[in-house]
Design a protein around this ligand. Structure first.
Ligand code: GLC
Length: 461
């Protein structure tokens, strides 16, 4: 009990430190490469992306990778749960049966596009080391003859996904885990793995670590050369960093950008010149951050597919998007394909409804920037970067919105208003400015019908 409390408390403190580091502008190093600066700004305008965690673990509906990590051992349930080594073996045997024949990336790309998403980040390799691309560095991969799906013409899954999404105009991002719990140069079988870290001392065994560096370098090079244009290299596993676990990022980044000029590199939580944007995980910062950032969040409760998962309702997903964008961030929303290669039907439903809202209200989202005072009560603001327009998102906290007769906004928002409209409605609205407030008058006809998710006003000035 006391021990548990102690660990919880330490974990809490650690989280505070990490959160502080993530929100500390002093920790952000702006890129100097003009092509990176340009791509970063282009990426910031896209606002909404799709994240996908997919691998052999999806067959079990087990959380991606973590169940083979001694750290997480207590959380593991189900078969082989009495013996770590048997469990890991069974987990790795999932390679043989992985045969996601329903895989249809064009269908996903279309659904994501209809949702209003504009970039995709895909797990090319998670911590478990299984490669969802055709690497030459290991046989623990989707295209190995040991994997059932290797016989399928679409077996190079990463390539198929990037091609399909690019066809729909998406920017592409390769999630790549720096730790690799399959590699004998990360978890050397000579020692038992003890936690998520490398299980030997790289300074005592520099040759072994150098092999791991090369392995990682070569895999990243494969991803940067064989998969068309890649916009983001999203490196997870921030504990792999200098001084103890140094992958020589300057060397890797130079190589990657030689092949992919302007590549955005996200060396998560490490900070410094290779973390071009920060990635608050499963949370929305309380206020705008003075550098590029992206919230990554699950639509369900876990990163990877989990049967009978509970998915966030549409209104909540829309509100998350609005809050994030009003604070200058991007929203990377995660879904986990299942072991057969498709999404839960609920995911399609959610995305479709978000898309319906985005078709009417997306103009206040894309290419916008934060505007003071960012939000007042349940109203959140954005400002178009290019036009003299401000958007006010009235969040209802539920699926439907019934507007009241008067909506009150701070007068400081826009000096000389030319026009106010409710997106999706034809009527121009009347307003009055009284002291500190702009009061928008909502005609009776607009008050009768409930709007979906949230109401958005466009203020032209
Ligand atoms: C954390 C988790 C990892 C997950 C990632 C997504 O780093 O360890 O499993 O892929 O978050 O953001």
């Amino acid at each position: 009990m006391i021990k548990n409390f102690k660990y919880t408390f330490i974990a809490f403190l650690l989280q505070m430190v990490i959160a502080h580091a993530q929100n500390d502008p002093g920790k952000y190093t702006a890129p100097k490469d003009t092509m990176v600066i340009k791509k970063l700004s282009e990426w910031q305008d896209q606002k909404f992306g799709l994240f996908m965690h997919w691998g052999t673990y999806s067959q079990w509906g087990a959380d991606a990778s973590w169940t083979i990590c001694p750290d997480d051992w207590v959380k593991r349930t189900g078969p082989y749960s009495n013996n770590y080594f048997e469990y890991k073996q069974a987990y790795e045997n999932l390679q043989a049966s992985f045969n996601p024949v329903a895989f249809n990336p064009a269908k996903w790309a279309k659904a994501a596009k209809e949702t209003g998403m504009r970039y995709v980040v895909f797990t090319t390799k998670h911590h478990d080391g299984f490669c969802m691309f055709d690497t030459k560095q290991t046989d623990y991969k989707i295209t190995s003859p040991k994997t059932a799906f290797s016989a399928n013409p679409k077996s190079n899954i990463t390539k198929e996904i990037f091609d399909a999404f690019r066809k729909e105009g998406f920017m592409t991002g390769a999630y790549f885990s720096k730790p690799d719990w399959h590699s004998e140069n990360y978890w050397w079988p000579y020692f038992p793995p003890k936690d998520h870290n490398v299980n030997y001392s790289p300074s005592t065994y520099p040759e072994r670590w150098r092999q791991f560096q090369d392995y990682t370098y070569n895999q990243v090079e494969e991803l940067m050369t064989g998969y068309g244009k890649v916009d983001i290299l999203w490196l997870d596993g921030g504990w792999v960093r200098p001084p103890a676990q140094d992958l020589n990022m300057p060397r890797m980044a130079t190589m990657a950008r030689t092949h992919q000029p302007g590549l955005i590199i996200v060396d998560r939580t490490v900070s410094g010149e290779f973390e071009n944007y920060t990635t608050p995980e499963q949370e929305v910062p309380e206020k705008p951050l003075p550098y590029p950032w992206e919230t990554c969040m699950t639509m369900g409760t876990t990163w990877s597919y989990s049967p009978h998962d509970t998915y966030k309702p549409v209104w909540q997903l829309v509100e998350l998007l609005v809050k994030i964008v009003s604070r200058g961030g991007n929203f990377l929303l995660n879904v986990g394909p299942d072991g057969h290669g498709d999404w839960d039907p609920i995911v399609y439903d959610r995305l479709k409804e978000i898309g319906e809202w985005m078709k009417i209200n997306g103009e206040g989202i894309y290419a916008s920037q934060p505007v003071v005072p960012y939000s007042v009560d349940n109203i959140y603001f954005t400002q178009s970067k290019k036009e003299r327009k401000i958007y006010a998102f009235w969040l209802a906290g539920k699926e439907t919105v019934l507007l009241s007769e008067n909506i009150q906004l701070p007068a400081t928002l826009a000096p000389a208003i030319k026009q106010i409209s409710l997106l999706g409605a034809r009527q121009k609205l009347k307003w009055t400015v009284t002291g500190d407030h702009i009061i928008i008058h909502i005609p009776a006809a607009l008050r009768q019908n409930a709007l979906k998710q949230s109401a958005v006003f466009r203020i032209e000035y």
